[in-house]
Design a protein around this ligand. Sequence first.
Ligand code: NAI
Ligand code: ISE
Length: 335
Amino acid sequence: MTIRVGIIGTGLIGEDHGRKLANVISGSTVSAVTDVNHARAVDVAAALGGARVFRTGHDLIASDEVDAVLVTSIGPTHAEFVLASIAAGKSVMCEKPLAPKVPECEQILEAEVAHGKRLVIVGFMRRYDPGYRDVKATLESGAIGEPLMLHNVHRNATVGESFTSFMTMTDSMIHEVDVSRWLLGEEITAVQVISPKRTPKALAHLQDPQFAVFTTESGMMSTVEFFANCQYGYDVRCELVGSLGAASLDNPVVASMMVAGRRAEVVPANWRARFAGAYTAELQAWISGLHVGECVGPSAWEGYAATRVVEIGVEAMKTQERMSIDYIQKPALYG
Ligand code: NAI
Ligand code: ISE
């Protein structure tokens, strides 16, 4: 059996994921695509070997040529398409954020709970990156003792004019929020954001860089430096400090050069290059899961919790004070 995936939103990541689902992932094809930019959808459909182009996401979800749905449209449209997929009883993988607003995430949780079984996966791909997995495995081996502090660095070379200060939290740091919850195994209960001196390379409307301190239920700390315009490349690192030692990840070295007494390594250009393998692994896990009737990947609860944290994170950016975070009761469906 082949899982026929329909893609809603054929922008940058929709096309990337589509190419993998059509050519790399075992057990899937791309049967359908849609985008409000119809011409773009037509081009991507052709590049993917002739997927059918639908006028709207809802037409695509309803089609009997679509077994599973991939939502890669812009964030504010996610809830609508995830809810429609649940109503149709179809598995849906949604890029982050699950939804930008907490009430929308809660609606998704309610709908999935009412359906009675998990259908939703959120694209927190860092959980599939070998570096992050190694840090987690090291922690679970007991070698570094009890986890105490996680230090994260997340730098983009540059960002476009549409990138705002709040997106630092909602679009970018949301990855560290998920990684912190996943690695430390606890909910985040407080956040403080500090705005350091601005880089002259940022556009006037953007506070860049930003620094956040997240605290978990038992008092573990996760710090995040996010720098949107670091200029030199895409740089994601983290170090987990425990009571007996530390585990860290750096950018994977794909090539290096030694010349004139110096050693130089290539820094990935962007998230596409840095996390290409992780995107493939998350898609393969989703599709392989469907082949055995399982829903494999970060759940709608993980999507809700991350959105809840970044929602308060945005408030903390305004106040620059430490703010507490609470959550709704976790439904039994999410374990
Ligand atoms: P993009 O702007 O390149 O693509 C978004 C596409 O959605 C556009 O083609 C747009 O026309 C389409 N669209 C908007 N409203 C629509 C609707 N109602 N129905 C159908 N299509 C619609 O954006 P990009 O970078 O591809 O991001 C898409 C999503 O993926 C975002 O949620 C973003 O946060 C997430 N993302 C995740 C990354 C990760 O590392 N996991 C990396 C980059 C993006
Ligand atoms: C983008 O949307 C992503 O999700 C990337 O992984 C992240 O590094 C970037 O900062 C975001 O804008």
